[in-house]
Design a protein around this ligand. Structure first.
Ligand code: AMP
Ligand code: MG
Length: 448
């Protein structure tokens, strides 16, 4: 997108050209403000600063098995018997292992100094209580070393049914994270497992980008909200729910302006309200070139329009540009980005995941390339392809091939619910059963 000069919308763009244009236009609108949030609340947020670890994880060698900690050299042969000198549950710090003894130990407990292996309890035979002079129990964390009672006399002995290798069942200090390492680099979206990793190094708060603020409205005089009676000629507004949900899944703050009538003045007014205080405006419907389609003239009057047609199916009419913000300042600061999606529910959904998803990623500094398609076999024929690039609603079957939803009409929202992915089919490409096609899982597209 250009940032100045008269609007000069181009001819129908390929999807790749349109996406490149969307990225280029979004970069000047990249979010920079950050905030500190509790790690509890950071799911889906974009990390704004590296997370470094001040500690080794795990902080000490510990056992990955319930069993007995030993010096491997003390168990040189099957049948060896050692006195049990202490008992070390998880969370308890053991005393140094007395020579020629074993420590009863439980998963997650630190291996006591001197021990170099753990024998799992399934390979041991407890020989019952028998007095072993000099045995000790472990200490609780922070307790004074040596303060434990010398109560090991009742811990008995253990016979080993296997010969341990040095190091076996010991999780090494720092094997997950080394002190000083960057565990999460700025610019990633925080997944549940990333939150776990941040927590494992003790990060209770995280610095994240502020959420994108997105205004959304639906156009169409035929639209009625669920819960209201359906008057003649009306349909229920489904896009409002789909788009709002997609925006929420993408981590946006959604400002929902509701339904806007099919009139130029009302559309212009809604755009002005939407531009104030939002980074992006997403609309559905009214982007074709009919007399009742007011978005293009409204955006031209209130800002600039870069294009309104993409050679894809579903989703040919798709407008993008920007809307001026009253008193908004120079360049990007003075306008909100605008993407006008087609009204047909499947078109709206597909263009959102491909195009709006890309804009949101560019604004947050995330990688903008579409997910890598998986080459999978078609379990269907598609003999009459469109001359535009098509995105077919498909589902993976038990054989690992793709089934096609029977009705690919852009009004049939059932297809988008039934499907678990889209086949990205090149322009004019017929498909025969057994052909390799390009599969994009919806899970990689929604919330990407
Ligand atoms: P339009 O893009 O406004 O020409 O709309 C194309 C088709 O999508 C028409 O059949 C509309 O009734 C339908 N449509 C538009 N907006 C919505 C919406 N929010 N929910 C459901 N269908 C819609
Ligand atoms: Mg309409």
């Amino acid at each position: 997108m250009s940032t100045s000069g008269p609007p000069a919308p181009r001819a129908m763009l390929s999807l790749d050209e349109a996406l490149a244009c969307l990225v280029e236009g979004s970069v000047p609108h990249a979010l920079t403000a950050t905030e500190s949030v509790s790690t509890f609340e950071a799911l889906g947020r974009v990390l704004a600063g590296d997370v470094r670890s001040a500690l080794d994880v795990p902080p000490a060698d510990n056992t990955s098995m319930d069993g007995y900690a030993v010096r491997a050299a003390d168990v040189a042969a099957v049948g060896a018997v050692l006195a049990v000198s202490q008992r070390i549950p998880a969370g308890v710090v053991g005393a140094p292992l007395a020579p020629g003894s074993a420590a009863r130990i439980f998963t997650g407990a630190q291996v006591p100094p001197g021990a170099d292996a753990v024998v799992m309890q399934e390979q041991c035979e407890a020989l019952g209580p028998e007095a072993v002079p000099g045995a000790t129990t472990g200490t609780t964390p922070g307790a004074t070393p040596g303060a434990e009672g010398r109560a090991g006399a009742g811990l008995g002995r253990v016979r080993f049914l296997a010969v341990p290798q040095a190091g076996q069942w010991v999780r090494r200090r720092g094997e997950d994270v080394r002190a000083g390492a960057t565990v999460l680099a700025r610019g990633v979206r925080l997944t549940p497992q990333a939150l776990g990793l941040a927590a494992s190094v003790g990060a209770g708060t995280l610095q994240v980008l502020r959420r994108p603020r997105v205004a959304v409205f639906s156009t169409g005089d035929e639209l009625v909200m669920p819960g209201e009676p359906l008057k003649p000629g009306a349909i229920y507004n489904s896009n409002r729910f789909t788009l709002r949900g997609l925006l929420q899944a993408a981590g946006c703050e959604v400002n929902d302006l509701g339904i806007v009538p099919d009139r130029l003045d009302a559309t212009r007014d809604a755009l002005r309200r939407a531009a104030a205080g939002n980074d992006l405006i997403v609309t559905s419907g009214g982007v074709s070139v009919g007399e009742e389609d007011h978005l293009r003239p409204a955006v031209l009057a209130e800002g600039r329009l870069e294009n309104w047609q993409i050679a894809m199916k579903p989703g040919k009419p798709l407008a993008f540009g920007a809307v001026r913000r009253a008193g908004g300042g120079a360049a990007a600061a003075g306008e909100a980005l605008f993407v006008g999606l087609p009204g047909n529910p499947v078109s709206s959904f597909v263009t959102f995941v491909l195009c709006v998803g890309t804009v949101l990623r560019a604004m947050q500094g995330l990688p903008t390339a579409l997910p890598q398609p998986l080459p999978l076999r078609a379990a269907f024929d598609w003999p009459r392809p469109d001359k535009r690039r098509e995105f077919l609603r498909v589902r993976l079957n038990a054989e690992g091939a793709l089934e096609l939803f029977e009705n690919q009409s852009s009004g049939v929202l059932n297809s988008a619910v039934w499907a678990d992915g889209l086949v990205d089919n090149p322009p004019g490409q017929a498909i025969a059963r057994g052909d390799a096609v390009r599969y994009l899982p919806l899970s990689d597209l929604v919330d990407r």
